[in-house]
Design a protein around this ligand. Structure first.
Ligand SMILES: *Cc1c(COP(=O)(O)O)cnc(C)c1O
Length: 408
């Protein structure tokens, strides 16, 4: 613990990361074509301005509360706590937000930024379609033209979300290259941005990509952790012992963790997708099983083979099915500020069922990974512990997949 304190003290003295080049120690940065540097600089400059602009903050707050439904409850899950032998398990109910997940926190912020920068068009990548829907939603709200890149494989698997995006007025562009999934969609979106930077803002959906995205998305999602802090101090007059969240790219986890960074006694646990097995291509546990490399403009944890080719990934939850991870998570792992674990498909299904049966809350399969890990955590920790879990989204979107897998 003392060693951890020292490391955190050193970090705090080292000013807030990322540094001005977007580095979290050796992670992060900007590995992009020269043509994008101008757009990234412009975005960073504008963001640094609005961050301190009372009018922008008030406007974002207005939409977060009146449109998206913040603040979300911090719900004490009594039956789940008793069942798992953990003192108090609190659920941060991001599943109750408009569009059903935490993604709207970030898309509202970035869409308002696009309006500030006078960019009439936004683009985004999407895997399961959740970020695409959240982007199409804010584009409709603010009258922006919207193109969403989506792997053609994913379009087949997530047809209702394709329809939702189109209904919201967005164009969904199928990506037929590579594995025809999220990673290829992000590559295409970056390519579009290079040619259309003058009138287009690229809304990245997680804490990945080139600087300033990991910082910007973290800040917009930090509303999660800030609310949790207020709520738990009011309820218990104490901070939580553990924060638990699933990690795809890492935005809901970073949003929960970041405001607690300096609270040394609060432990962070990020839960990655263990998939079917740890064989190559069968999981998406980037920090647990991967090494370090460059993908989509930043250096971070990466699943790649020994020739540097990006691995295929698998997870039962499309939102966790990504071979990269945000650079700040790679940094938290390095300094041991957070611990990263993985939960496999079957455990996640059991978690999905457990929360539904005990609390009447059907979680997203992504969030079910965080719930499932509590079973293991409960066996290791003090019985009076206070645990906060980020319930990143609701499970309606996953009923098709789960129906095929669970016998009820
Ligand atoms: C997209 C998504 C995730 C994974 O993204 P992060 O950036 O890791 O948060 C998790 N849960 C839900 C419900 C999602 O839609």
């Amino acid at each position: 613990m003392n060693k951890l304190s020292n490391r955190i003290n050193k970090y705090l003295k080292n000013k807030n990361l990322p540094d001005k080049f977007g580095h979290f120690a050796e992670f992060g940065g900007r590995f992009v074509p020269e043509t994008l540097i101008f757009a990234l600089d412009e975005l960073e400059k504008e963001y640094n301005k609005v961050k301190k602009d009372k009018k922008f903050i008030a406007e974002l707050n207005y939409y977060l509360t009146e449109y998206a439904g913040r603040p979300t409850p911090l719900y004490l899950a009594k039956k789940l706590s008793a069942n798992l032998g953990i003192g108090k398990i609190y659920l941060k109910r991001e599943d109750l937000l408009h569009t059903g997940a935490h993604k709207i926190n970030n898309t509202l912020g970035q869409a308002l930024l696009a309006v500030r920068m006078k960019k009439p068009r936004v683009i985004a990548e999407t895997g399961a379609g959740q970020h695409g829907v959240a982007t199409a939603t804010v584009a409709a709200l603010f009258g922006l033209k919207c193109d969403i890149y989506m792997g053609s494989e994913d379009m087949l698997r997530q047809e209702p979300n394709v329809f939702r995006m189109r209904l919201l007025g967005a164009r969904v562009i199928p990506v037929k290259s590579g594995s025809k999934t999220l990673k290829d969609a992000m590559t295409q979106a970056l390519r579009d941005w290079v040619t259309n930077v003058v009138d287009t803002h690229y809304i990245i959906g997680t804490v990945a990509g080139p600087h300033p995205y990991p910082m910007l998305v973290r800040d917009f999602q930090s509303v999660i952790g800030k609310e949790v802090k207020k709520q738990i101090l009011k309820n218990d007059r104490a901070l939580p012992d553990y924060l638990v969240a699933c990690v795809g790219g890492g935005s809901n986890a970073m949003g929960l963790f970041y405001p607690f960074f300096a609270d040394k006694r609060v432990k962070f646990i990020g839960v990655e997708a263990g998939g079917r097995s740890f064989s190559q291509g069968e999981h998406a546990a980037t920090l647990v099983k991967g090494d370090i490399g460059v993908l989509h403009g930043s250096k971070s944890g990466l699943l790649e083979d020994r020739f540097g080719q990006i691995n295929a990934t698998h997870s039962i939850s499309a939102g966790l099915d990504y071979p990269g991870v945000g650079p700040e998570h790679a940094y938290y792992k390095k300094i041991k500020r957070a611990q990263y674990v993985s939960v496999n498909d079957l455990e996640a299904l059991a978690g999905f069922r457990l929360l539904s049966e005990l609390e009447g809350i059907i979680p997203a399969l992504e969030s079910a990974h965080a719930i499932a890990y509590l079973k293991r955590l409960g066996k290791k920790i003090n019985r009076n512990s206070r645990v906060v879990v980020c319930l990143s989204g609701r499970g309606d979107k996953d009923l098709g997949i789960v129906t095929k897998r669970l016998k009820i």
